[in-house]
Ligand binder design. Structure first.
Ligand code: FAD
Length: 318
C-alpha cells in the first residue's frame, strides 16, 4: 500500500514507523532482521531503508602504500526492501538519491523497484561525498530533489526518458521528500527552504518526513509555516533518541539541529553511556507523547539499526 493509503486507513490513530540503514558490506542480512524483529509488535505499516552512495577510502596495500579507492560501504538498499516486503509483509520504502545517479540509472533503479512491488520511494538529493565541500550531481543526473521527483512523476504517467521505449506501462509510486524544521544547512532561510520544499510537492511528492529535531515547538512552527505556504500534504516527524555523550557534538555538527539546553544538561550529568541511553529514551518518550496528543498521523524513528531504545519508547507511546 502507499503511505498515503496507510494514513487514510489509520482512523486518526498515530502510527509507528522507523528507518534502518543497510549493514556494512561483508555482513549478512540477519543483523537487519535482528533490528526489525523486536519492533514488529508495534505494527509498523512501513519501514524506510536508507541509501548510501560511494565514499573515498584509503586501503593499505603494502606498508606505507595507501591506495585511494571509491567504495559503497553500505550497498543493499533494494535487496533489503525486497526481503522486508517478503518476510514481514510490510511496505518497505527505499531511499533514492540524485547524487551518484544519472537519469538513466534512476529510471532503471525505479524499474527494479516497480517489478519488486515496491509502492513508495523517498526522493532525496543526497549530500556531498566526504572528499568534496559541495554536492556535485552526476553530469547526467539531477541537481535537486524536486527534479528527481519530476522524473518519478513522469514515470507514473508512463513517460520514460526515451519516448521510443515507452510501451504503455506506467509506475505508481507514492513519493516522500525531506523537510527541515530547523532549515537545511545550505538554505539561506527557513522561508526559502519551505518554498523549495513546495516545489518538491508541486513536482508530485505526496508526503514529507522531517529531519530529526529535539524541540517539538520547532516542528509545530515548521508545520504552521508549511501550511501557510500552501503545503497541504502529511508532514511526518522524524525522531531520534540520543544514545551517547559524543552525540551532543556530532548531531548538531552533522545534522545542523539544535539540542535544547535541558537535554544537554541531563546528558552531561550522566556518568556512562548507559545513563545517556536512558535520558535519550525519556526525552524521546516525552516528545512522542506530545506529538501523539497533537494528532500527528505517524511518528518515524531513526533507529540506525539499534532497536532497544526504539522498543522502550514505542512500548510507552503506542
Ligand atoms: P533538496 O530538496 O534538493 O534541497 C537541498 C538544498 O538545496 C536545500 O538547501 C534547498 O533549500 C536547496 N534547493 C532545493 N531546490 C533548489 C533549487 N531549485 N535551487 C536552489 N536551491 C535549491 N541522505 C542519504 O545520503 N541517504 C539517505 O537515505 C538519506 N535519507 C534521508 C531521510 C530524511 C528524512 C532526511 C531529512 C534526510 C536524508 N538524507 C539522506 C540526507 C539528505 O540527502 C541531505 O539532507 C541532503 O543534503 C538534502 O537532501 P534533500 O532531498 O532535502 O535536497
Amino acid at each position: 500500500m502507499k503511505i498515503t493509503e496507510h494514513l487514510s486507513a489509520s482512523e486518526n490513530k498515530t502510527l509507528f514507523s522507523f528507518e534502518i540503514l543497510p549493514p556494512l558490506k561483508g555482513q549478512n542480512i540477519q543483523s537487519i532482521f535482528d533490528g526489525i524483529d523486536p519492533l514488529m509488535e508495534f505494527k509498523p505499516p512501513f519501514i524506510d531503508v536508507t541509501y548510501h552512495r560511494e565514499e573515498y577510502v584509503y586501503i593499505e596495500r603494502a606498508k606505507g602504500l595507501l591506495e585511494k579507492r571509491v567504495v559503497r560501504k553500505r550497498p543493499g538498499t533494494v535487496g533489503i526492501c525486497a526481503a522486508i516486503q517478503s518476510k514481514y509483509k510490510v511496505d518497505a520504502v527505499p531511499h533514492i538519491l540524485c547524487g551518484g545517479f544519472s537519469k538513466e540509472d534512476t529510471e532503471n533503479f525505479l524499474i527494479d523497484l516497480d517489478f519488486l512491488g515496491i509502492k513508495n520511494v523517498m526522493a532525496l538529493r543526497g549530500d556531498a561525498v566526504k572528499s568534496e565541500i559541495y554536492f556535485t550531481p552526476d553530469p547526467q543526473g539531477h541537481n535537486y530533489a524536486n527534479e528527481l521527483v519530476e522524473q518519478i512523476s513522469a514515470m507514473n504517467r508512463g513517460r520514460f526518458l526515451d519516448e521510443a521505449l515507452e510501451n504503455g506501462h506506467h509506475t505508481d509510486f507514492c513519493v516522500g521528500v525531506a523537510g527541515y524544521p530547523e532549515k537545511h544547512m545550505e538554505a539561506p532561510s527557513l522561508e526559502k527552504d519551505i518554498q523549495r520544499l513546495k516545489t518538491k510537492i508541486e513536482a508530485g511528492a505526496e508526503y514529507v518526513v522531517t529531519q530529526m529535531f529535539f524541540d517539538n515547538q520547532k516542528f509545530f512552527e515548521f508545520v504552521k509555516q508549511c501550511r501557510e505556504s500552501g503545503i497541504n500534504v502529511p508532514i511526518i516527524p522524524g525522531l531520534k533518541p540520543i544514545a551517547t555523550k559524543k552525540q551532543l557534538t556530532v548531531i548538531p555538527h552533522r545534522f545542523h539541529v539544535d539540542l535544547p539546553n535541558d537535554l544537554t544538561r541531563e546528558v552531561e550529568k550522566c556518568r556512562s553511556n548507559q545513563e545517556v541511553h536512558q535520558v535519550g529514551i525519556e526525552w524521546c518518550i516525552a516528545q512522542s507523547k506530545e506529538l501523539v496528543a497533537a494528532g500527528i498521523p505517524v511518528l518515524h524513528y531513526y533507529s540506525m539499526g539499534k532497536s532497544s531504545n526504539i522498543k522502550a519508547i514505542a512500548s510507552e507511546v503506542f
